[in-house]
Design a protein around this ligand. Structure first.
Ligand code: PMP
Length: 305
């Protein structure tokens, strides 16, 4: 990913892709305090547009606030930086990665006095869990790793360090031949995937874990809430047990990278009919209409670059 043409926005400047480097004594590299976003831009009839740019940018600022990092830029500047990298790299549809980290002035746990940096990169990235998975559904394994407790790492921050837990869970699941991991919270209730929120459907009602289970407040998750309302589907946020997932009619993961990915199996237990369910398909199709600019009701969620 580092050896290619293009531009990356770093601390207010566009730099050549290959020159976008940091020092090995960067504080974040040692202690893991940093925050990032995952954002997508889609091709629409009006041109390339970033989906829910304001919400993603606000979440980045909130993550930084939780981590006591003061970003030396305004929300407007960070929004413009994201539009700029899509334009400069001539991308029609892409994934964007804004990341903030602490500089290399000194080490020691306290980052006081170190500079806060910010970069934005963008590149083409297809279906995160595979094209096939989007149609057939993916196979998921309950992780032996517990999701972060709400008072250990801060679960509403999209913090760099939170992802060690995600990496361990994802590697365990994929090395066992599954596509993704499902993590439970410290009390044993369903929390989220390694990089996705979970939804289950039972008797026509859509359920998702409430945020006290330590799941990230996903922006795609919120988009699904709107879609459910539009489709007349009842949506309930509640504590969910792993066996409720086993006996659900349908289930799916959501995320900026994962979009809406159906789940066909958990722990070798077939969910519903063992393929993408009909309600999931409806939600998925409504989602792609919105992000691709085919639903005028949500035109305000698309920022042309
Ligand atoms: N949970 C985790 C752990 C994630 O990494 C992500 C991806 N950002 C999500 C949930 C989904 O969030 P969003 O829909 O905002 O991308």
């Amino acid at each position: 990913l580092d050896d290619r043409d293009g531009k990356i926005w770093m601390d207010g400047q566009l730099v050549d892709w290959r020159d976008a480097k940091i020092h090995v004594l960067s504080h974040t590299l040692h202690y893991g305090c940093g925050a990032f976003e995952g954002v997508r831009a889609y091709k629409t009839d009006k041109g390339t547009a970033i989906f829910r740019l304001r919400e993603h940018t606000e979440r980045l600022f909130n993550s930084a606030k939780i981590l006591r990092m003061k970003l030396p830029f305004t929300i407007e500047q960070v929004e413009e930086a994201q539009k700029q990298v899509v334009r400069e790299n001539a991308l029609e549809s892409c994934y964007l990665r804004p990341l903030t980290w602490i500089g290399s002035e000194k080490l020691g746990v306290s980052p006081k006095g170190n500079q806060i940096h910010l970069m934005v990169a963008a590149w083409a990235w297809g279906a995160y869990l595979g094209e096939e998975g989007m149609k057939r559904g993916i196979r998921v394994k309950t992780s032996s790793y517990t999701r972060h407790h709400v008072n250990i790492t801060m679960t509403q921050a999209k913090a760099v360090s939170n992802y060690t837990n995600s990496i361990l869970a994802n590697m365990e699941a994929t090395e066992d031949g599954y596509d993704e991991a499902l993590l439970l919270d410290a009390s044993g209730f369903v929390s989220e995937g390694a990089g996705e929120n979970l939804f289950v459907i039972k008797g026509g009602v859509v359920y998702t874990p409430d945020l006290s289970a330590g799941a990230l407040n996903g922006i795609t998750r919120n988009t699904i809430f709107h879609i459910c309302q539009d489709l007349g589907l009842k949506l309930v946020e509640k504590r969910i047990t792993r066996d409720e997932v086993y006996i659900s009619d349908e289930a799916f993961f959501t995320g900026t990278a994962a979009e809406v990915t159906p789940i066909r199996e958990l722990d070798r237990v077939e969910l519903g009919t063992g393929s993408r369910g009909p309600i999931t398909e409806k939600i998925q199709s409504a989602f792609f209409d919105i992000v691709n600019g085919r639903n005028p009701k949500y035109a305000h969620w698309l920022s042309l670059v």
